[in-house]
Design a protein around this ligand. Structure first.
Ligand code: ATP
Ligand code: MG
Length: 852
């Protein structure tokens, strides 16, 4: 830092030196300014003008934006992963202060934002820490805006990665090197992971009892959550007072949905990335931010435990019995604000008077909601009404909502709340009145009718006289400023008034701040109670949403339990039936049991195969979030995972080819499935040449079918040849999506029935799509030629199916070395040449074994 720097630059550099890794937004009047490299960066990133200004001898690069529109710029910066420090003016600028004090008041990063305007209402905003060791992986997450720490543990890396992908996690740090998709995770210092220190931090924050409990489960849970807390505290210099809840989440009681499945089932967004018409969008009837977030969360980890599910069903049933109450519930819920986040803002001293007014209204409605809950005898943990009433009263006697809702940011305390405050308010009012009285008096005294008393921040109160009346200005006026058509004066009396007003105002402001601080402190005592209130609202809202949806769409209550059998009678696709209200959706049934665990679905293009597959997966999912299902009747077994894989979906983001991606996905399923899993495979194997694809599909089907406890599997394919496998695989059944052919035309019945289809009708579909006749005619000829050779394929298949694709275990032993060699290879870090060499190596070893 140069000593000769002008004061403001010196101040800037001092602050920046403590926040060298952040973009420093430096408040100057109505602008946030950035300097030097920050300025260069934001001007190009945000597309705003880069200027420069003379400070002493230096020309300093400078770029900034108005405070008014700051949010949009800050959001962009934070979303791109930048850390932002905001240095505000810590005192009111006035003419007596040369350089206003400035200091950093807020540090923003994607995982730690609290600002209402930057948070998305129905989404959580998690910061995560992963603690990886050889035995298990622990993840702790914190949503700073709501104040919950959750801890999870995982056996494998893949399961953990998948969890991290699926959550609304904005930032991750770790003790080891880790990559989540393309994102490199920041490795933090190992001193954060010292057990004793972690234990101490947690104990101070949450109290001995709770931490002992967590420690008993596993010390690693303590390390992961303690490290998270101290890291955020240190890095963002926040005290995290709003964080009052810590909880271990037992994922063994949750269904696992990997990110691929969430994507394939279009749970949170469509394949084109849009939210509209995603599953969530179609079923979300929640009215409050808490309800919206609860729905998202349960969709990411549905129950795998029937008590919670049945409790939800019973609650829906009770609500349906008194359906007319739903209307009042809707009205009330619509008028409940984000109690959870307001509560977090109170405890971190960021709540504005407007927040409090919102809280009061929300709580009033919550009381009425709780009456309805009582009336419906819902099985939901009740709130303490007395406490809610007390909070309402505390806000009600203090804050004047008319002032606040009118946009007033000052003098918002109700009269009668504090006598000294009232006296000062009166005084400041009186003084302003005396100014106006003085205006009249002066008019009379001078005889100048258009004499005016005004106020400006720079010069304070003044008397303004137009040029034509200047000759009548009395002697005691002192000239202060000359304008084009008038001049401005002050006199002793005006100065006196000004001092009175300003002191009254100043004292008023001071006492207002003190009163407000006290009020906020008082409200923060209710943090835990209000937290419970927000959970309550979230639950009621979620149930409201479930019930309304079930009623609107004639859903039924499924039977759920620990059995193997799955039966969905006349099921419907929940999204298509809602989106295409005008078209009739043809219902289809599914039956599976231990003698019928794998269904091979064939049928022409456009016949409804994919729809059928997804609809069944979605129905199972709905049952597990405690929601009724679109069917006539349903019996659904507790399902630990749903896997869905769709062939030929290029996963460019992972940098692997179509076919490779498919195979990777399949091996992930094979590793993780159990007899309680539900698997949907849609045209797996089509990303390669016909024979390779056919063989892979075949091998996968056979493998899954022959597993001891067979996971239930739906497999859709265009390889009709595979239907032949029926003769060999007793638990496999063929089903087909029916079409009817009239002369040259085909009609898709969208009806899935037992049996297999023999034709693709691909060419008919092409005709319907308007492809030139020349092409379709030619295609028909080629097809008949191919069909002849297909007969040969079928024959060959019969031959091959006499052999088992999977060798006996004795023979397997011979291959053990090779299996080991492959499984230990770090494939991701091989160069193409190395892979070829490795492959060659493997091949030679196999040849050698075969020779022996
Ligand atoms: N049961 C149904 N009732 C009404 N419409 C349906 C039904 N099933 C599917 N559809 C509609 O038919 C169209 C084709 O369905 P889908 O994509 O499932 O066919 P597909 O057999 O998988 O085709 P492809 O072989 O080309 O993948 C979709 O637009 C879908 O909305
Ligand atoms: Mg399809």
């Amino acid at each position: 830092m140069k000593d000769k720097d002008v004061p403001i630059l010196k101040q800037y550099k001092e602050i920046k030196s403590n926040f060298y890794d952040s973009i420093l937004l430096f408040r100057m009047g109505d602008f946030y300014e950035t300097f030097y490299d920050d300025a260069k960066f934001i001007s190009s990133f945000l597309n705003i003008t880069l200027t420069s200004r003379e400070y002493g001898k230096d020309r300093v690069p400078l770029a900034g934006f108005p405070i008014k529109s700051a949010d949009q710029y800050i959001r962009k910066l934070v979303e791109s992963g930048k850390k932002i420090a905001i240095a505000d003016q810590l005192e009111e600028p006035n003419k007596n202060v040369k350089l206003v004090k400035r200091g950093v008041v807020e540090v923003l990063t994607p995982g730690t934002i609290m600002r209402e305007s930057l948070l998305s209402e129905k989404e959580n905003n998690f910061f995560a820490l992963t603690y990886i060791d050889d035995e298990k992986n622990v993840v702790s997450t914190l949503d700073i805006s709501t104040g919950d720490v959750f801890i999870y543990d995982f056996k494998g890396d893949e399961n953990m990665l998948d969890f991290l992908r699926g959550k609304d996690i904005k930032e991750i740090v770790s003790n080891r090197k880790l990559k989540v998709d393309e994102k490199e995770v920041k490795v933090i210092d190992e001193t954060f992971f010292n057990f004793e220190e972690c234990f101490g931090v947690l104990k101070n924050h949450f109290g001995m009892d709770r931490i002992e409990r967590i420690k008993k489960m596993d010390e690693k849970l303590v390390v992961a959550s303690g490290a998270l807390l101290s890291f955020i505290k240190e890095t963002y210099s926040t005290s995290l007072e709003q964080v009052k809840n810590i909880e271990y989440v037992d994922l063994s009681k949750r269904m696992v949905l990997d990110s691929q499945t969430l994507k394939n089932l279009e749970i949170f967004s469509r394949s084109n990335g849009e939210y509209e018409n995603s599953f969530l969008h179609s079923i979300d009837r929640t009215k409050t931010p808490m309800g919206g977030r609860a729905l998202r969360e349960i969709l990411k980890s549905p129950f795998y435990e029937k008590n919670s599910i049945n409790k939800s069903y019973e609650n829906i049933e009770r609500m349906l019995l008194k359906y007319d109450l739903l209307k009042s519930l809707k009205e009330l819920l619509s008028n409940v604000g984000d109690v959870e986040r307001i509560n977090a803002r109170i405890i971190s001293k960021r709540a504005t008077p407007r927040c409090l007014v919102n809280l009061k209204e929300s709580l009033k409605n919550t009381l009425k909601i709780s009456e309805i809950v009582e009336n419906l005898s819902l099985d939901i943990e009740r709130i303490d009404r007395n406490i809610v009433e007390r909070v309402i009263q505390i806000i009600d006697i203090s804050i004047d909502e008319n002032v606040v809702l009118d946009g007033g940011k000052e003098k918002f305390f109700k009269s009668g709340f504090d006598p000294e405050y009232d006296r000062l308010k009166e005084l400041s009012l009186e003084s302003s009145k005396s100014i106006y009285m003085m205006e009249d008096e002066e008019k009379k005294r001078t005889g100048i009718n258009n004499l005016r008393i005004g106020y400006s921040t720079v010069m304070g109160y003044y008397i303004e006289i137009t040029n034509s009346n200047l000759d009548r200005v009395p002697k005691d006026y002192i000239r202060k400023q000359t304008l084009k058509n008038s001049e401005r004066f002050v006199n002793e009396k005006l100065k006196q008034y000004e001092i009175e007003i300003l002191t009254a105002e100043e004292r008023l402001n001071k006492i207002e701040r003190e009163l407000y601080d006290k009020l906020i402190e008082r409200l923060s005592f209710y943090y835990i109670d209000l937290k419970k209130v927000s959970t309550f609202i979230g639950k009621v809202d979620l149930l409201y949403s479930y019930t309304l949806l079930s009623y609107e769409n004639d859903y039924v209550k499924p039977e759920i339990g620990d059995f193997y059998e799955l039966f969905i009678e006349d099921g419907r696709h929940p999204v298509i039936e809602i989106v295409n209200r005008n078209e009739r959706f043809i219902p289809n049934s599914l039956y599976m049991d231990d003698k019928r665990s794998l269904i091979l679905l064939t049928g022409p293009n456009m016949s409804g195969k994919s729809t059928y597959l997804r609809q069944n997966a979605l129905i199972i999912l709905m049952a597990h979030i405690g929601l009724f299902v679109p069917a006539k009747k349903a019996k659904i077994p507790l399902t630990d995972r749903i896997f869905t894989r769709i062939g030929a979906s290029d996963d460019l983001s992972k940098g692997v080819s179509t076919f490779m991606a498919e195979m990777l996905e399949c091996s992930n399923i094979i590793e993780n499935m159990t007899e309680k899993s539900f698997i949907v495979l849609d045209e797996i194997g089509r990303g390669t040449s016909t024979f390779d694809g056919l063989s892979i599909a075949w091998a996968i089907i056979e493998y899954i079918h022959n597993l001891k406890g067979s996971p239930k599997t739906l497999f859709a394919t265009h390889y009709h040849e595979l239907t032949e496998l029926k003769s060999k695989l007793p638990k496999m059944f063929n089903m087909t999506a029916k079409v009817r052919k009239y002369d040259d035309r085909i009609v898709f019945l969208k009806k899935v029935v037992e049996g297999s289809s023999d034709e693709s009708y691909g060419i008919e579909v092409a005709k319907m799509a308007g492809l030139p006749k020349e092409i379709t005619d030619n295609a028909s000829q080629i097809l008949s030629l191919l069909k002849e050779s297909e007969m040969n394929v079928k024959e060959k298949m019969r031959d091959v199916s006499q052999l088992s694709l999977f060798r006996s275990s004795k023979e397997n032993e011979k291959y053990e070395e090779i299996i080991k060699m492959i499984s230990e290879k770090d494939v991701e870090n091989l160069t193409p040449i190395e892979s070829l060499l490795f492959l060659n190596d493997v091949k030679r070893k196999i040849e050698k074994i075969e020779e022996d």
